[in-house]
Design a protein around this ligand. Sequence first.
Ligand code: ATP
Ligand code: MG
Length: 131
Amino acid sequence: MIKPDAVENGHIGAILDKIAGAGFKIVAMKYTQLSKREAQEFYVVHKERPFFGELVGFMTRGPIVSAVLEKENAVEDFRALIGATNPADAAEGTIRKLFATDIAENAIHGSDSDENAKIEGAFHFSGREIY
Ligand code: ATP
Ligand code: MG
């Protein structure tokens, strides 16, 4: 997902360009806005964290771009491309270093395992929307 901060700041095109340039194939994509219930479900693993309310408020405040990406070693390579959760710790040239504001508003989400990538793809897309 390209998160609401990056959409608001006009970074959709630049971020998609970085993703394509790193060799990822887009197999599904949509421009949409999460409801509160959907954001709570998507980030349910964080529901006991002190920042959960802030995270749900942020993720629902405007539209996002959701996508399913395909590549060899996709999860690990995409996490490397986006950089650390806190942009202050993110490596030079990563998407979060370039486009994130802070640890909360950090421009982009990436799945953290193949298993979660499958669950998250199915969260955003039906089978006929993935090519
Ligand atoms: P994501 O799951 O969005 O790709 P991540 O895996 O790098 O991010 P997580 O630990 O899963 O990081 O946290 C999920 C999201 O919750 C972060 O991307 C960020 O938007 C928000 N978040 C994490 N830590 C904090 C914090 N300390 N304060 C506020 N928001 C936070
Ligand atoms: Mg995460």
